[in-house]
Design a binder for this molecule. Structure first.
Ligand SMILES: C[S@@+](CC[C@H](N)C(=O)[O-])C[C@H]1O[C@@H](n2cnc3c(N)ncnc32)[C@H](O)[C@@H]1O
Length: 466
């Protein structure tokens, strides 16, 4: 089936085009009538439009439309599995089947089964897509995905790890996850029912080859809530009940070179930063680098409203009041939509910056960035990032204007001016990269340049001690 889907162009770009949206992962779910209409218009010429209507928008389709694309064997098997049901003489697919990067992920749908069901398995939301695009993907020995749901990040991790693991507290999710590992031919990925690390005790048979994990990913339930929500969403009143457990386990579970990559909503409290909380949770003598990339900040009011969709009209006002009172009582001030990286690093980075939603994987960029950040305290030879499109010097090399190539506009969409020590350091690196670090104390300037990822390690093997 997967081969057929590929053959018919069932890709992320293909489904965006079929739905008539710029980016399918950010589609407004209420817009489905428009999306299905767009698919119908293209069905005569685009197999992907037929597949999109069927697998992603719950379209009811004639068997004759699907038969030439999937064939009788696949349709018969889907029937036998009861994934397809007949409604008014047409075929209906009961789940959602997403193309995601070069994989396919089957999970519960969003619109037919609102996530008010307690054991609803999470659809692929914008958060799932973001983590897939933003997680670093080095070739590693072992990766672990917490709160795996459909198994999406464990399956993706399995492509670049020798051993992949996915954990979830919801047994129903694990059924989807195991199926997705099969669908994507990842026999090296295993799934276990677990409340965070509960089953991950060293020496257990399934983990014996993996004393620690080189990549830990997580998309935890993160909604701060005063009431019980589904397993996918409710993060307790702080929003961080599960996040805290995951981060507390990192000093023991993350390998020395390992990276933790998490997509979440971060509650902004009056008198305490997220970095501060992470330091407390890690409670470790190691030095850690911490990076938060945020692409949206909600006021409390707009956040509560965005989580009221399943509330009846009658309860709408009261629900809003209860949630807002609880948030204010907890001294919450705002909520950010953020990607978090934690990693051991001799230099204790605390970086917070904004970014724009990337329309494709940016894993390589992030991976290089973390290597460059980590190399800082050890001393390293850096070069200008090759993605810098314009480097215009002014005023006798004391000021510089930098602009990223269009594919990096998610990172910084506008040009950047530098002057003072940072500009001087950049000029030196450009002209004499080989002896730059020896020449003068440039730590502060380098710090600034690295935070913007204007420099990369020219060759990781040339890292030397300062
Ligand atoms: C937002 S969903 C993420 C699903 C998937 N990783 C993704 O990105 O699409 C959160 C998942 O966390 C799981 N979960 C909730 N509490 C948990 C816990 N204490 N331990 C493990 N998994 C948990 C839920 O069952 C759900 O599958």
């Amino acid at each position: 089936m997967v081969d057929r889907l590929r053959e018919h162009g069932y890709t992320e770009n293909g489904v965006s085009q079929a739905m008539g949206v710029v980016e399918h992962s950010r589609r407004d779910w209420q817009g489905w009538p428009a999306h299905i209409r767009n698919c119908r218009r293209q069905m005569d010429t685009s197999p992907c439009a037929v597949l999109t209507a069927f697998f992603l928008i719950e379209g009811l389709l004639d068997r004759e439309l699907l038969m030439p694309l999937l064939g009788s064997e696949i349709l018969g098997a889907l029937h036998d599995l009861q994934w397809i049901v007949a409604v008014d003489g047409k075929l209906h697919f009961r789940y959602f089947l997403y193309p995601l990067l070069d994989s396919f992920i089957l999970t519960d749908g969003y619109s037919s089964n609102p996530p008010s069901n307690f054991d609803q398995v999470y659809h692929l939301g914008a958060d799932s897509h973001l983590l897939a695009r933003l997680a670093p993907r080095p070739k590693v020995h072992a990766s672990l995905d917490h709160c795996t749901g459909s198994g999406v990040h464990a399956v993706l991790g399995g492509a670049h790890s020798q051993h992949g693991f996915g954990l979830d507290i919801n047994p129903r999710a694990l059924q989807f996850a195991r199926l997705n590992a099969k669908l994507n031919r990842r026999p090296n990925v295993r799934f276990l029912e677990s409340d965070c690390y509960a089953v991950v005790t060293p020496g257990q048979q399934q983990f014996e080859d993996c004393p620690a994990f080189d990549l830990v990913t997580a998309n935890p339930p993160f909604v701060p809530t005063p009431e019980a929500l589904s397993l996918c969403r409710g993060g307790g009143l702080s929003g961080e009940e599960v996040t805290e457990k995951i981060i507390r386990g990192l000093p023991q579970m993350l390998s020395g070179d390992g990276i933790f990559s998490m997509i979440t909503n971060i509650p902004v409290f009056r008198n305490q930063t997220f970095f501060h909380r992470c330091e407390n949770w890690l409670d470790s003598s190691d030095s850690w680098g911490m990076v938060v990339l945020s692409n949206y900040v909600w006021s409390l009011e707009s956040y509560v409203l965005s989580h009221q969709r399943q509330v009846s009209h009658q309860d709408y006002g009261q629900h809003f009041e209860v949630w807002l009172d609880a948030y204010e009582g907890a001294e919450l001030e705002a909520v950010t939509s953020s990607q978090v990286y934690l990693f051991r690093s001799a230099h204790p980075w605390r970086i917070e910056r904004s970014y724009q939603y990337p329309n494709d994987s940016v894993s390589r960029f992030i991976e290089q960035w973390i290597v460059s950040l980590r190399s800082f305290a050890t001393g390293a030879r850096y070069r200008l990032h090759p993605g810098l499109d314009k480097v215009w010097w002014l005023d006798d090399h004391t000021r510089v204007y930098l602009e990223w190539a269009p594919e990096f506009s998610w990172w910084r969409s506008q040009g950047l001016w530098l002057e003072g020590p940072a500009a001087k350091a950049l000029a030196q690196i450009q002209s004499h990269p080989e002896n730059f670090a020896d020449q003068w104390d440039c730590s502060e300037a380098l710090d600034q340049l690295l935070q913007e990822h204007l420099l990369t390690v020219s060759d990781p093997s040339t890292i030397f001690c300062r």
